[in-house]
Design a protein around this ligand. Structure first.
Ligand SMILES: [Zn+2]
Ligand SMILES: [Zn+2]
Length: 179
């Protein structure tokens, strides 16, 4: 069952949400991304015509993959939220006029009588996942030729320090001027 808010239940002064979101309902998050614990959700939803302004914060513990060696990285993600929930039909017409965004607000879409909180919480967490998380400072990554994790020791491949052709040219120049 989806976590959702019935739009007709949102009072004019706004609805405060303060709960822990079941991580199972957020999966699949995306490749290499998993939610480890219930996610803290603190949001206020305020109606503005047929749009809804959603503000607050979502906090979760995520398991990510190291951007270099693919080892798992645990990351506490704090997602400050400022989202404009727009009805899907309005999106289609607003898109034609190219005037959808309102300043710094993220945009999410809803259709039907409910606002899907699974989608909203998932989107907000993913927006705040570090782009290239590292398992440790100075992770050595995987060997490009044999694929071994170089944090576990040298792999025995010849050290294929990338020979940049521009550097080679520079070395040749240097050699010539020294001669
Ligand atoms: Zn790593
Ligand atoms: Zn190797």
């Amino acid at each position: 069952m989806t976590m959702a808010v019935r739009l007709s239940d949102i009072p004019a002064e706004g609805l405060v949400l303060d709960y822990r979101h079941d991580p199972g309902r957020l999966e699949p998050m995306g490749e290499g991304v998993h939610v480890l614990e219930p996610v803290d959700v603190h949001l206020t939803i305020t109606p503005e015509g047929d749009r809804y302004l959603i503000q607050g914060e979502v906090r979760g513990l995520l398991q990510l993959e190291c951007g270099r060696c693919l080892a798992s990285v645990i990351s506490a993600v704090i997602a400050p939220c400022a989202v404009d929930a727009v009805p899907l039909s309005e999106h289609a017409s607003a898109d034609e006029h190219g005037s959808l965004g309102r300043g710094d607000l993220d945009v999410t879409f809803y259709s039907g009588p409910v606002l899907n909180l699974d989608d909203l919480v998932r989107e907000q967490l993913l927006l705040n996942v570090p782009m290239r998380p590292l398992c440790r400072e100075g992770c050595l990554g995987l060997c490009p030729s044999c694929g071994k994790n170089r944090n576990e020791g040298p792999c025995g491949c010849h050290d294929l320090t990338e020979t940049d052709p521009r550097l080679d040219a520079l070395r040749r120049l240097r050699g010539r001027s020294n001669a």
